[in-house]
Design a binder for this molecule. Structure first.
Ligand code: PNS
Length: 161
């Protein structure tokens, strides 16, 4: 079975992530979305919340599974029996660090990385930017799935009264 991992923090999942996951799901028999548990960084959403949102918005693909992992990504790949990582590249600025990680992961465990150019309509989107804009009441509805939009509104804008 051809299996790939799409890793990330997904705090929260954006339409840019979804685009990459969906396109990867057409190239592989199974795609595993790996949500990093990073104990040194508190996110806006808990790991459970991120996973729940990811599961809902990827359910339509049929061959996508969502799991969390801690530690090295290559160990997660080995445990999932996946030899390939799929990563989105938004711009040249992503490339330097992504190349370093790809080469490290290749050297550590022969895990291959496939870079997928982000669809241009999502090339400026990141979870951090989405959170910042949403925090100040900006309209991010075009950049995240509806359920993420709702979750962001509830988390960032306290209800009146
Ligand atoms: O969405 P992010 O935060 O940009 O994703 C980064 C991620 C999860 C892909 C990266 O931090 C990672 O692979 N972390 C796991 C720890 C690890 O394997 N580090 C060595 C990478 S060469």
């Amino acid at each position: 079975m051809r299996r790939a991992v799409c890793p990330g923090s997904f705090d929260p999942v954006t339409n840019g992530h979804l685009d990459i996951i969906g396109r990867a799901s057409r190239l592989f028999d199974e795609v595993i979305v790996g949500v990093l548990i990073n104990q040194s960084k508190t996110g806006l959403f808990t790991i459970e919340e991120r996973i729940e949102m990811l599961r809902e918005v990827t359910a339509r693909f049929g061959n996508v599974r969502v799991e969390s992992f801690r530690g090295l990504l290559v160990d997660f790949c080995r445990a999932q029996e996946a030899a390939v990582l799929v990563k989105g590249l938004r711009a040249v600025s992503d490339f330097d660090y992504e190349l370093q990680m790809a080469q490290m992961n290749l050297g550590l465990a022969s895990v291959e990385t496939l870079f997928m150019p982000t669809n241009p309509q999502y090339s400026f989107i990141s979870s951090s930017l989405i959170k910042d804009v949403a925090k100040w009441g900006g309209d991010i509805s075009a950049h995240v799935p509806e359920l993420v939009h709702t979750a962001l509104r509830q988390r960032l804008v306290p209800p009146a009264g």
